[in-house]
Design a protein around this ligand. Structure first.
Ligand code: ADP
Length: 463
């Protein structure tokens, strides 16, 4: 079995319980193959401390049989590569928000410089028959930089965020350079069939690619395989977390506090892709159109702080504070507040309890690569008395989770109607929908995802 080399912007020790989904997914194969995980150390070195652009220091650590290799970034590199290009251009445009993109060409040069730095630091650590799996939009050009240094190993890429259709993708001045860089990979994985179709359309219309049989495309003098591999969660881990003391305590506390009420739950990173203002508007419309829910339905919206130094995120935070205050002012009673808006991260151990106590989950992003909260909510439910998932048709998860109540989050009245339907859905219908949803997230869990991806990449010819 070839050694797995995983590369992602952030690196975590898979032995750490809080390391996250990717660490769980990769940990098994990294362990079994004595693998290497490479990425940014999370450290920003100021110029005064010797943080020279393009010259990050390499650190090597061992986590059992796994080697963790990380590189520091100078302040200048970090700000332009991570905040400027990755999160100021690629994140908004790939989430269809061209209006929020800041197409500053200086950022592109640094994005490229950091990818070159990573290639320079990684290449000497590689062995000829390694399998290299590179993750996400921060690192699109990494394979082409490695190829330029003579690396002939099999290299795969997985895009965790959506890929927009050509009319949106081509607003990025450097779209051709980015897509050409994708063709340096052997296997490109997308979250959904829709993303894959956008890739195929771009390849054909902009790069003159001919489809070459199933999943294969040839352009820029290279042939790549591209396929959808929807990422899942570790269902068993989430279920067992739900049996732990913190989750139980949270569940009981919520049930006691909301005994006479119906709880609706939103759990997100505070991000403009998540459709949070639209969600609050839909909740407000529910109060207006279905007054029987007043003094009863309560929305708990937890929004974890994220990328706070980017202006669009600070604006959104202010908007949500204003909206939740206004809705509470309009509909609140002495003993009932319609919205509890919490700008904080919830402990992962409490999350399953919170999900189980909620009669309805509102997962209504305007655009999302997958959305794992939708899957976590399903995993946390009591199969005998499950809650209802209200899901945006624009989340990658919508391709799999067909039995959710599907909404268009831009349609405020339609979303309010779906919430009303969810709040009053009969038990038998809740059970049958939940059972099918649970089967699906079990069949395509995070272990399935990494196994399928690595099997496909492993079966490809080298060079
Ligand atoms: P994204 O990767 O865009 O943040 P996902 O839904 O795919 O969205 O993944 C988010 C992960 O982070 C999930 O595992 C979810 O439980 C967790 N998470 C999101 N928001 C919070 C929060 N406010 N508190 C705790 N965990 C959160």
């Amino acid at each position: 079995m070839s050694r797995l080399v995983a590369v992602s912007n952030r690196v975590a020790d898979p032995r750490n319980a809080a390391a996250g989904g990717l660490a769980v997914a990769l940990g098994e194969t990294l362990n079994a193959t004595g693998g290497l995980w490479f990425g940014w150390s999370g450290r920003v070195v100021e110029a005064a401390q010797g943080g020279t652009p393009g010259e990050g220091e390499l650190h090597l650590h061992h986590a059992g049989d796994i080697t963790l290799a990380t590189v520091d970034l100078s302040r200048e590199d970090h700000d332009a590569y991570y905040l400027g290009y990755s999160n100021g251009v690629l994140w908004p445009v790939f989430h269809y928000r061209v209006d929020l993109a800041d197409f500053d060409s200086g950022h592109l040069n640094v994005y490229r410089r950091v990818n070159q730095l990573f290639a320079r630091k990684l290449a000497p650590l590689l062995k000829p028959d390694d399998i290299i799996w590179i993750h996400d939009y921060h690192l699109i050009p990494l394979a082409s930089e490695l190829r330029a240094m003579g690396c002939g190993q099999r290299i795969g890429f997985f895009l965790h965020i959506p890929l927009p259709p050509p009319p949106i993708l081509t607003t990025i001045p450097q779209h051709e350079w980015l897509m050409r860089a994708l063709f340096a990979y052997d296997l490109i994985g997308f979250q959904s069939q829709a993303d894959l179709e956008h890739f195929a359309r771009y390849a054909q219309s902009e790069a003159g690619a001919e489809p070459m049989g199933e999943h294969r495309y040839r352009a820029f003098h290279r042939t790549v395989r591209a396929q959808a591999f929807p990422i899942g969660i570790d269902v068993d881990e989430f279920v067992s977390l739900g049996k732990g003391p913190e989750a139980q305590e949270t569940y009981e506390m919520m049930m006691a506090q909301y005994a006479r009420r119906r709880l609706l739950l939103g759990v997100d990173r505070l991000d403009y892709s998540k459709g949070l203002p639209e969600r609050m508007k839909a909740f407000q419309a529910l109060m207006a159109q279905y007054p029987e829910n007043r003094s009863s339905a309560t929305l708990i919206q937890i929004a974890a702080p994220s990328r706070e130094s980017v202006d669009a995120y600070a604006d959104l935070r202010r908007q949500l504070e204003g909206m939740s205050g206004a809705i509470n002012g309009e509909y609140g009673e002495l003993d009932w507040m319609p919205i509890r808006y919490i700008h904080r991260t919830t402990s992962r151990r409490r999350l399953p309890g919170l999900c189980r106590a909620a009669r309805v989950a509102l997962v209504t992003p305007l655009r999302d690569g997958m959305n794992l909260v939708a899957k976590e909510y399903i995993a946390a439910q009591d199969p005998d008395d499950p809650g209802v998932l209200v899901l945006s048709r624009f989340a990658g998860a919508a391709e799999q989770l067909k039995e959710a109540l599907m909404v268009n989050p831009y349609d405020i009245q339609g979303t309010a109607q779906a919430i009303q339907q969810a709040l009053h859905m009969p038990l038998a219908e809740r059970q049958s929908r939940h059972q099918k949803l649970l089967e699906r997230i079990r069949a395509q869990d995070v272990h399935w995802w990494s196994r399928e991806y690595l099997r496909t990449l492993g079966e490809m010819d080298q060079g």
